[in-house]
Design a protein around this ligand. Structure first.
Ligand code: MG
Length: 242
């Protein structure tokens, strides 16, 4: 008798499980709920973004020596002032979504790596290349949209020199354990002018011009923009911490 009751119970459980699998509500999740963010509109950032540059001042930026950032500000954009060096955010960041707009000089002077070269470095170490690659050949893993010397962009989505271009980038920072050993590589996803050019690629380490990537443990760190002696301009820079 006991066995028969057990059998009936198991069957009832199975039946209820099967019926729940046919019930859409059984797999609905209501909690937690996604928080509301007002999306970007007419060049304004999303409501939860940290604005790093709105065309007015360099208050969010400093020189590499923590002095005042000295790039030129005019016409609601900032421009690399040759010799003033790289600039970096005063804030440190880990995983982020970054929106940044850049423009290479309208008047084309040099070629290869000397035409509209700058770069956005995550955590001061990992560069997504900025370069005027509109009809300008260079090594593929060093062109615009490359993770410098690590990943060739999937396509060349460059606009003409002098036109504003966008990068929308998801950066996931590498993780190091308490013994300073890297236990998870960072990753980068990059949209160049709305076109996917890097699809969740591995950040192999620092993006070196010479030699192999390095993996020295670090924590959160600033975003850095490169002075490569070319007057590249920037505007509308914002970041969302992830
Ligand atoms: Mg560069």
């Amino acid at each position: 008798m006991k066995n028969i009751i057990m059998l009936i119970c198991v069957n009832l459980l199975l039946l209820s499980d099967i019926s729940s699998q046919k019930e859409p509500k059984a797999t609905e999740v209501w909690i937690p709920e996604a928080r509301v963010v007002t999306p970007a509109k007419n060049n304004t950032p999303p409501s939860d973004a940290i604005v790093l540059f709105d065309g007015k001042n360099l208050e969010e930026w400093s020189s590499m020596g923590d002095a005042k950032a000295e790039w030129e500000i005019a016409d609601n954009c900032m421009t690399v002032l040759k010799g003033k060096g790289n600039i970096k955010t005063k804030r440190d960041f880990g995983d982020i979504q970054l929106h940044i707009e850049w423009r290479s000089p309208a008047i084309v002077k040099e070629d290869g790596q000397d035409r509209g070269n700058s770069g956005v470095f995550f955590q001061q170490r990992y560069e997504v290349q900025i370069l005027d690659n509109y009809n300008n050949k260079t090594y593929s893993n060093g062109q615009a949209g490359s993770v410098y010397k690590q990943h060739i962009p999937l396509v060349n989505a460059c606009k003409k020199p002098g036109e504003w271009q966008t990068y929308d980038i998801i950066f996931m920072a590498p993780k190091f354990n308490k013994d300073n050993i890297k236990i998870r590589s960072g990753s980068l996803t990059v949209l160049h002018n709305g076109v996917l050019v890097q699809n969740h690629v591995e950040v192999k380490g620092t993006t070196e011009n010479v030699g192999q990537p390095k993996n020295i443990a670090h924590g959160k760190a600033p975003i850095m923009l490169q002075d490569h002696s070319n007057p590249v301009s920037y505007r509308n820079i914002w970041v969302r911490e992830l």
